[in-house]
Design a protein around this ligand. Structure first.
Ligand SMILES: Nc1ncnc2c1ncn2[C@@H]1O[C@H](COP(=O)(O)OP(=O)(O)OP(=O)(O)O)[C@@H](O)[C@H]1O
Ligand SMILES: [Mg+2]
Length: 247
């Protein structure tokens, strides 16, 4: 039997309690193992889409299926189980300031029964994001890009089948953003995760996305295949600055 797509929206819509339409009637199928870019102007409904997938926001119309389950039909316990399969990386990660890098990354595991906690996974994922040597540092002692990598490590430590990223590279320079995107792509290649990346940066789409969904005023305007470049920048940040900004 063919398994269900990781994400399927059928005429899905969200009207917020104040009457604002977050999303219209969206039809979207995300393929297993793909990296889907999600773009659109501010207010287009991109974050609303991600919140629908985690069950944070409930569809007021249509149906949302995530990892083969109808999200609206899940009770709180079932939703909690589903959320363990979903990793989220948000714009400007929120790390616990009084916890070390290792403790921050391990946090999603501490929500699990003790027998299911896998401390080796914490070390592995810290190595994966290149921060094993900073495991005992506190967030304030890291650069913004390093903090973002801790956020990615935290999202990956549970080996999510679905990875949702909202502006994962905003506020990072191109080289650091490139590293973060490499990590996201590796997460797909090595762990088989399906990935959605909300971004305002077309270079990000070109670098890693297989397809891109264009949202406009709460509607899905288009889904396009992407001719990928496989990298964020053809030249270094400083070379590009010299070329573009120099007299
Ligand atoms: N909790 C909420 N209550 C009421 N309206 C909301 C809520 N969250 C979002 N909206 C509205 O829904 C619409 C879509 O918002 P959303 O956050 O999905 O946009 P976005 O595409 O993520 O924008 P941005 O690029 O600025 O993050 C906007 O008009 C927004 O004001
Ligand atoms: Mg948003």
């Amino acid at each position: 039997m063919l398994s269900a797509p990781p994400v399927e929206l059928t005429a899905a819509g969200v009207t917020y309690p104040n009457g604002v339409r977050g999303l219209g009637s969206v039809e979207l199928t995300v393929r297993a193992g793909e990296i889907l870019g999600v773009i659109g102007e501010s207010g287009a409904g991109k974050s609303t889409l991600l919140n629908l997938l985690t069950g944070e926001t409930t569809a007021t119309a249509g149906a949302v299926s995530v990892l083969g389950q109808d999200v609206a039909a899940l009770d709180r316990a079932a939703l909690r189980v589903l959320r363990r399969e979903i990793g989220v990386v948000f714009q400007g990660v929120h790390l616990l300031a009084n916890r070390t890098v290792r403790q921050n990354v391990a946090a999603p595991l501490t929500l699990r029964p003790r027998r299911e906690r896998d401390t080796a996974a914490v070390d592995e994922v810290l190595r994966f994001v290149g921060l094993d040597h900073r495991a005992d540092a506190f967030p304030a002692q890291l650069s913004g890009g390093q903090r973002q990598r801790v956020g990615i490590a935290r999202a990956l430590v549970t080996r999510p089948r679905l990875l949702l990223c909202d502006e994962p590279t905003s506020a990072l320079d191109a080289a650091t953003a490139g590293e973060v995107l490499d990590l996201i792509r590796d997460a797909r290649d090595r762990f088989g995760a399906t990935v959605l990346i909300v971004t305002h940066d077309l270079d990000v789409v070109r670098a890693v996305c297989d397809r891109v969904a264009l949202f406009d005023g709460g509607a899905l305007a288009d889904v396009l295949p992407v001719r990928r470049t496989g990298r964020l920048e053809p030249e270094t940040y400083l070379d590009r600055a010299r070329r573009e900004l120099g007299a």
